[in-house]
Design a protein around this ligand. Structure first.
Ligand code: GAR
Length: 198
């Protein structure tokens, strides 16, 4: 079985889109793949409720618990890796996981780690992508699914979706338009990756 582990920090709507697609397309039967865990760095991440309702194993590794360690990022990532590796993942899917990962973490999951970012990379890496796209006068915005490399929001692009930026857009209205497209491209990419070798 190809185990998929999804990491979230908040609402988890991309995670939910992947879970629903996996159910609708019967990935277990089609690809011998299933979503084995949803892990969050925040105990109050809303997406955890949905995952539990779907009968998916959930876990929380709170980054704040490592704040007083000599190397907090490394310590957090080590604990996160231990939690993820319980599921022997074929694929680790970052879905609104708002943590910068250490090079050690990225190397550990090389070839198995993907992310979705709410911009047309390589434009607008980092935070506040929608406000920055509006501020820059962009006529189009979008989202990118990419493999994760040690450099933040870089790595080979697997899929992109494009939406128009409308004259009266706010960051929130643009984010909502982009998010509907994220929900289409992210499950598609995950399906492609788990279907590559049956
Ligand atoms: C999504 O728009 C995703 O692209 C973005 O956070 C949102 C999470 O929504 N990710 C990043 O900004 C990563 N740098 P969700 O929790 O509802 O899936």
């Amino acid at each position: 079985m190809k185990n998929i582990v999804i990491l979230i920090s908040g609402g988890g709507s991309n995670m939910a889109a992947i879970v629903r697609t996996a159910q609708a397309q019967n990935w277990v039967k089609q690809f011998n793949a299933h979503i084995s865990a949803v892990i969050s760095n925040k105990a109050d991440a809303k997406g955890l409720v949905f995952a539990k309702e779907q009968g998916i194993a959930t876990a929380v590794v709170d980054h704040k618990a490592f704040a007083d360690q000599p190397q907090p990022r490394e310590a957090f990532d080590a604990a996160l890796m231990a939690e993820i590796d319980k599921h022997q993942p074929y694929l680790v899917v970052l879905a609104g996981f708002m943590r910068i990962l250490t090079p050690g973490f990225v190397a550990h999951y090389e070839g198995r780690l993907i992310n979705i970012h709410p911009s047309l990379l390589p434009a607008f890496t980092g935070l506040n992508t929608h406000a920055r796209a509006i501020e820059a006068g962009c006529k189009f915005a979008g989202a990118t699914v990419h493999r994760v490399t040690a450099e933040l929001d870089h790595g080979p692009i697997l899929a992109q979706a494009i939406v128009p930026v409308l004259p009266d857009d706010t960051a929130d209205s643009l984010a909502a338009r982009v998010l509907t497209q994220e929900h289409l491209i992210y499950p598609k990419v995950v399906a492609e990756l788990v279907s590559s070798t049956c």
